[in-house]
Every structure is written in C-alpha cells, then in structure tokens.
Design a protein around this ligand. Structure first.
Ligand SMILES: [Zn+2]
Ligand SMILES: [Zn+2]
Length: 381
C-alpha cells in the first residue's frame, strides 16, 4: 500500500533498543526505547550500551531531541553520559543544534553534571535537565531519600542550561512535562524500589480533511482561503457569506496515545489508569513470570498478570511487555530447557481474554497507526 506524503510525515513508531532487566546481555540490551515522529527521536530510558544499540538499529542518535528517564536505577540510566558524548563527537560545531531536553527524577541533574564534570566531557550542543519531584509513597520506606533539589547557586556544566523542577500537580495528580503544537506529555507516579514514573505521550487531534467539493459547489476555488478554513478560521466571501470551518471540515482525526511505564509493582494513585485509558499502545514491564509473583513484588516489579490487569482496566488497544529478566531469551535464541518467554505472553493473554499481547525484543519496531474515526460528512443541502 502506498502511503500519502502526509501520512508518511505523520508516521509514528516505537523501536525497542533494550528489553532486558538489570544489565545488558548479548540477547537483550538494558532498557531503552525510542519513539520516532517526523524524523525526531524521543528516547525513553538509557541503559548501559544504548549507544551501540542505536548504531545497530535504523535510528540515528543524533536525532534525539528529548530524553525521558523513568527512574534512577543503573539499568535505565548508565548509558546516558556516554551517549551524549558520542552524539557530540558525531555532530558539527556549526550545527546550531537545539538543546537536548532531559526529563527524569530529582538527582538526574546531579548525576549527569557529576559524570560530565569528572570526566572533563564537553558537548558541542546545550542540554537541559527538568527534574520531577517524587512523593514518599512511591517506594519502600527504607529506600526513600529526601529529594535534594538544586540550589540557585549550584554550578552548571558549561553546556547545561537551567532546567525546571516539576512538582506533582495536586489537582491533576500528575506532572505536566511538555505541551507543544503536536503533543502533550504527562508523567504519573509508580511504586518501585526507588521512585519511578510512567509517561503518557498524547498527540493532539488534527483537523479533519477539507471537503473541497463542497467548497467548490459554494463557489470557493482552491487558494489561501482553504488554508484558513483548515486552520480553524472562519472566512467571509465577497458576497458577505460566512463559512465556518465546522461546515466544511470532516470530523477531526483523533491523536494517538502512547504510555511508557518504568519499573513498578503497582501504580500510585488513580491517575495512571485515567491517563492511560484507551491508549493505542501501553509499554509495561513484566520482569518475571506469574509463578514468581512474590519475588517480583518484593523487588518492586510486575508479572504478566499484573501488567495485563492494568492494561485491561485501561482498555488499551495494544499491550507490549518488556524489561524481562535476562533468564528469558528472545524466542529465536531459546534452547531446550531454557525458561520460555512465550509463557509470559500466554499469562498476559489469559487476563486479556485472547487479545494479543506483544513481547518486546531488541530492535523490534512497532508502527502506531492513525486512529480512524467514522467520517461524519454532513450532506450539503
Ligand atoms: Zn530496571
Ligand atoms: Zn528499577
């Protein structure tokens, strides 16, 4: 099928660069996931070895515009300073690259700054770290540390720009991270051994197609007026007739919603469920299989059953499991006698009553199709 140019431009895909827990192995890299849209990459978690996973994929690390870190465990973070340095080596000093924006829990700024300063690392582009302030109920009491929020006079790294400190919005019970022309990104709280977050990336709805035939019938020929209507502006013709966008646009095209959760044994509060409802894709961890649910919970992790129960309560269209214990090799590499990762798929699908569940593997690419609505075309009188 040939896609129109507009459809190609709006294509959205997820690429898994690391799907293993705890450490990178030859069969599963440490956590890293890329959302690509209009040529730009947003990276979610950056475990050790993420830069080599990039090189082995179809993606280019130089295209990273934003980085989201779910929590500060090393298997989600240790790749970040190295990745930034390599992107810098490969970029031109004249590139005028926009600052790379990094979002993650309080402490991330200090981690990056310390690793870059101690290693005398310089970048050819600026970066900024926006920190999320966790709440005490996001982890076991013995693991809780008071967030050490940066003071005004803290020394920035030479390429670092001052970032925001983002607190939980008490009315919305979530963190508001990004609002731009195309997307709204929010974070919500997860329970793990240390505070962890889930991210919801929601594409804004786009105006429906212009009903050009209807306009021509009204005597409006193609031209700048079409653009105005498409942009939601009311136009007035020379004869005084006003045309409202809603009269000549088809139903708006709903945006896509992608939810990417960090390590967790459960969601904190009710907002996670609300934010993830009807998501096109939910990426959820399932570190161990259901037979080890006690061990999983003790370590702040989920099994396929708990992940699928959450997916079911949110009515998500597609559940993708990831962050598997390194004992579960990808299917093609499983030998007789090994733990079989397909067990985890079966366990999740049992809860979802047959709805297919995807098991992530390194370099798997998932396209996220447009949401199609019934086109409500009001007949011309
Ligand atoms: Zn992990
Ligand atoms: Zn973790």
């Amino acid at each position: 099928m040939r896609m129109s140019r507009a459809a190609v431009a709006m294509a959205m895909e997820l690429t898994f660069l690391g799907t293993g827990s705890a450490y990178p192995s030859p069969s599963r890299g440490a956590s890293a996931l890329v959302l690509r849209y209009q040529g730009e990459c947003w990276l979610f978690d950056c475990g050790e070895g993420t830069q080599t996973q990039f090189m082995r994929s179809q993606l280019r690390a130089g295209k990273i515009a934003k980085i989201f870190i779910t929590h500060l465990h090393g298997d989600h973070l240790f790749g970040l300073p190295g990745l930034l340095c390599t992107v810098s080596l490969q970029s031109s000093p004249l590139s005028n690259k926009q600052p790379v924006e990094v979002y993650g829990p309080v402490g991330l700024r200090k981690f990056l700054r310390t690793s870059m300063n101690l290693s005398h690392s310089q970048l050819l582009f600026p970066y900024v770290v926006h920190e999320l302030v966790p709440t005490e109920d996001q982890c076991f009491p013995e693991e809780w540390r008071e967030p050490c929020i940066q003071k005004e006079d803290d020394q920035l790294h030479p390429q670092e720009l001052p970032g925001k400190t983002i607190y939980l919005n008490p009315q919305e019970d979530c963190y508001n991270l990004v609002t731009d022309e195309q997307f709204i990104v929010k974070a919500f709280r997860l329970f793990h051994r240390i505070p962890s977050f889930g991210f919801v990336i929601e594409e804004k709805k786009r105006p429906g197609r212009l009903q050009t035939q209807k306009l021509k019938d009204m005597g409006v020929q193609p031209g700048p007026l079409y653009g105005k209507l498409k942009n939601g502006q009311t136009i007035t013709l020379n004869n005084g007739v006003r045309i409202f966008p809603m009269d000549v646009l088809e139903a708006p095209i709903p945006g896509r919603k992608i939810c990417i959760l960090g390590d967790c044994s459960r969601i904190v509060g009710d907002m996670g469920k609300k934010l993830c409802s009807d998501a096109d894709v939910l990426v959820h961890e399932a570190t161990l299989d259901d037979s080890q649910s006690d061990k999983a919970e003790e370590h702040g992790h989920c099994t396929p059953k708990t992940a699928a129960e959450f997916a079911k309560s949110c009515k998500v269209k597609r559940l993708i499991l990831t962050h598997f214990s390194q004992r579960y090799k990808p299917t093609a590499l499983t030998n007789a006698g090994d733990d079989d990762v397909m067990e985890l798929k079966t366990q999740a699908e049992l809860v979802l009553e047959g709805q297919e569940v995807t098991l992530a593997e390194d370099f798997m690419v998932i396209e996220i199709p447009f949401n199609k609505t019934k086109q409500q075309i009001i007949p011309t009188k």
